[in-house]
Design a protein around this ligand. Structure first.
Ligand code: C2E
Ligand code: MG
Ligand code: MG
Ligand code: MG
Length: 290
């Protein structure tokens, strides 16, 4: 359901990328070739603390600047990359670039730089030696592991996550935070949630966008929030598109939020601008973004 809700979404904001239909897959080459040709791009979407609108983190979201097809959304090429077995290579590229970019933000923005960067790990990556990959990249880029938050794919099944557990715990011990992405969209095993030291969950956009008019979606948001807090986890609401949704999330106790209402995913350069301007207006009372 979540995938359907997201798949046909079109972004209308001026100057912002438009999401193309997710089910059109006609990319003529592989993601590995895209990496080789330097065609992958990272966009970053801020994750904001609702109470004071402080930027807590930024999530790295990959796009493909295809020479003839234009800027491709992940839904256009991730399924093909998965079938070809290329997701671990993609995730490695994204992680490395995200670490380099956060170091660049630190250099440009100083203490205005976000504390963390969130990076998505796909299920196939979680099935492999991803701990070694993370350690290698942290060592190479010099970024402290405590600046990294890994978003674990909801599609990762119980077996995969159970097998990944020692690797995840190794990373946790180094200060990496773990977040379960798209919570509620799939079949998250609650037993797993209660036994692994996951630091937070992200409530899937489908529930956030439904909660104001659908009491069932509202009940799920409330349940997931209470569950996470009961387990000592942080909660982020995904896909917030209106002030009303933001207010309702806050009322339910959700601390962090992400969504077009707060900020769209954007390339690094405009993000730097956005973060600078934001800081400059920080002394003013919290304004509703228009
Ligand atoms: P996700 O990790 O759950 O990322 C959130 C998605 O929701 C992003 O779509 C983001 O652009 C979109 N979004 C954020 N706020 C709003 C909103 O207010 N309204 C709507 N309608 N959408 C919003 P995107 O960038 O197209 O990515 C889709 C999915 O592709 C991601 O979902 C993630 O599962 C996957 N993905 C993206 N980048 C990567 C990556 O670097 N590695 C891996 N493994 N997966 C990635
Ligand atoms: Mg994510
Ligand atoms: Mg998500
Ligand atoms: Mg999602």
């Amino acid at each position: 359901r979540a995938k359907q809700a997201g798949g046909n979404q079109v972004e209308l904001a001026v100057g912002v990328e438009a999401d193309l239909p997710g089910d059109v897959e006609c990319v003529d080459r592989t993601v590995l070739q895209a990496v080789e040709h330097g065609e992958l791009r990272l966009y970053y979407q801020p994750i904001v603390r609702i109470s004071d609108r402080t930027v807590r983190s930024i999530e790295a979201l990959v796009r493909w600047q295809h020479p003839t097809m234009g800027l491709l959304a992940p839904a256009r090429f991730l399924p093909g990359a998965q079938r070809a077995g290329h997701l671990p290579a993609l995730d490695r590229w994204v992680l490395r670039q995200a670490c380099l970019d956060l170091a660049r933000l630190d250099a440009v923005l100083g203490d205005r730089s976000p504390e963390w960067v969130n990076v998505n790990l796909s299920a196939p990556t979680l099935a492999g030696p991803f701990d070694e990959m993370v350690e290698e990249i942290m060592a190479e880029t010099g970024l402290a592991p405590s600046r990294l938050r890994l978003e674990l794919a909801e599609e990762a099944d119980l077996q995969t996550l159970a097998a990944a557990r020692p690797r995840l715990e190794r990373l946790i011990a180094q200060g990496v935070w773990l977040t379960l992405d798209d919570m509620g969209a799939g079949s998250t095993n609650l037993r797993y949630l209660s036994t692994l030291a996951i630091h937070g969950i992200k409530i899937d956009r489908a529930f956030v966008s439904g909660m104001l008019h659908n009491p069932r979606d509202h009940a799920v948001v409330k349940l997931l929030t209470d569950l996470a807090h009961g387990l000592g986890m942080q909660v982020t609401g995904e896909g917030v598109e209106s002030a009303a949704e933001l207010t309702e999330l806050a009322r339910l106790g959700v601390v962090n939020a992400q969504g077009y209402h707060l900020a769209h995913p954007q390339p690094l350069a405009p993000l730097v601008e956005w973060l600078s301007v934001r800081r400059a207006s920080r002394d003013h009372p919290v304004r509703e973004p228009s």
